[in-house]
Design a protein around this ligand. Structure first.
Ligand SMILES: [Zn+2]
Length: 387
């Protein structure tokens, strides 16, 4: 692993193996580009995936945090999908049931535009404080929720917190162990704060070949064991780690200052998957390149559905030549924008009425039901292929 970090990003272990290199990926695949030219000039960098034999962590060993700059044009809200909102609502209910949040204070670090925190506080009667430097605001005060662009770690406004939520942040940071330790430290010695942490599940990438989830913004891909270790090392106990969102996420519940949970989990199954992952990855990329070629040669018009991480990866890897007509996304914030790296234009589902396609490549199988329903309305007869 020449030129690579010699230690695991999660546990600091040195027993590593190189897994896969993606020669060039957009540095920020959820960055909205305002023109095709801007999209084509977006910075790119290689991804060198390494695997830690000690804790099962998968990570980009040449990740450079200095390349990343999340600004107001960074857009990754999933709340425009009914399927995702249903997931979010079920999560809100289960967190309230678990913690009885009425009248308590919930802090969310990395709250995005606050959708989740507002829903949680409205449903439970909790008071919320959300931190996110990339939050573009201004957003009116919503009931008992306040949103801040301040850094949580630098804020002197952090109240006594019953529940700390941190969703889809840890996979973005260069030093996840240091980050969770800093969360614990900020809450303070003696705090009895509960934790809810959510990240993408590396097993979904390795087992279900969710290979389009490998993006530069995510230096880390957590498995049960690497996540458990990082959170336990920061002083959180009573840990429960489980799969969620159809296996695509890992959800971790814990409690600061309580006893460390149970022992380690075997990495045998993960080791086997990692062993063959590079071959599986190549086979899947080759398959999709030929699917796309065949479709185009037979005169079909092809669109991709989903302009998030998965859509961006897919297009950068499979269709750098720009043969896919356009990308459809339900998030209005993305319409009229362009995919970083490839310059594909992003349109609303309505656009398919004017510009019908014969094939839609769907980036996330979990949305198939709602996408089929939309297509039946705007582009009946279009075939769905799940990438
Ligand atoms: Zn490790």
């Amino acid at each position: 692993m020449s030129g690579s970090a010699a230690t695991c990003m999660a546990c600091g272990g040195t027993d590593l193996r190189a897994v896969l290199t993606i020669e060039q990926a957009p540095v920020l695949c959820n960055l909205l580009c305002h023109s095709k030219e801007e999209a084509l000039e977006s910075p790119v960098a290689p991804i060198d995936l390494a695997y830690c034999n000690s804790c099962g962590h998968l990570f980009n060993s040449t990740f450079d945090d200095g390349r990343i700059n999340y600004g107001p044009d960074y857009e990754n809200s999933l709340h425009f999908s009914a399927r995702f909102r249903a997931y979010s609502t079920a999560l809100v209910e289960s967190l309230d049931k678990r913690h009885g949040l009425a009248g308590k204070t919930v802090v969310e670090v990395g709250c995005g535009n606050g959708d989740f925190l507002i829903e949680l506080c409205e449903a439970s009667g909790a008071n919320g404080l959300g931190f996110d430097p990339s939050f573009s605001g201004p957003r009116p005060e919503e009931g008992s929720v306040r949103l801040s662009t301040e850094s949580f770690f630098e804020s002197d406004q952090v109240p006594q917190t019953s529940l700390l939520c941190n969703r889809h942040v840890l996979e973005h940071v260069e030093d996840p162990a240091g980050f969770v330790a800093a969360l614990a430290n900020k809450l303070g010695a003696g705090a009895r704060t509960a934790l809810y942490l959510e990240v993408p599940n590396a097993l979904y990438t390795l087992r279900d070949l969710g290979i389009w989830d490998i993006i530069y913004e995510h230096p880390s891909y957590f498995c049960f064991e690497s996540l458990r270790r990082v959170v336990a090392a920061a002083g959180f106990g009573e840990l429960e780690v489980e799969e969620s969102f159809g296996g695509q996420f890992l959800s971790c519940h814990g409690s600061l200052g309580s006893k460390p949970g149970t022992g380690t989990q075997s990495l045998d199954a993960l080791n086997e998957l990692v062993e063959k992952f590079a071959l599986d990855y190549e086979a899947k990329v080759t398959h999709w390149k030929s699917v796309l070629q065949d479709a185009l040669q037979s005169g079909q018009k092809v669109a991709v559905w989903g302009a998030g991480s998965k859509g961006s990866s897919f297009l950068n890897i499979v269709d750098a030549a720009g043969q896919v007509e356009f990308v459809v996304d339900v998030n209005p914030g993305k319409h009229g924008k362009f995919v970083a790296g490839t310059g594909h234009s992003i349109v609303s589902p309505e656009e398919l009425r004017k510009h019908p396609v014969s094939t839609v490549i769907l980036m996330n199988p979990i949305y198939e039901g709602e996408v089929r329903e939309s297509l039946d309305d705007v582009c009946p007869g279009a075939k769905i292929l799940v990438a």
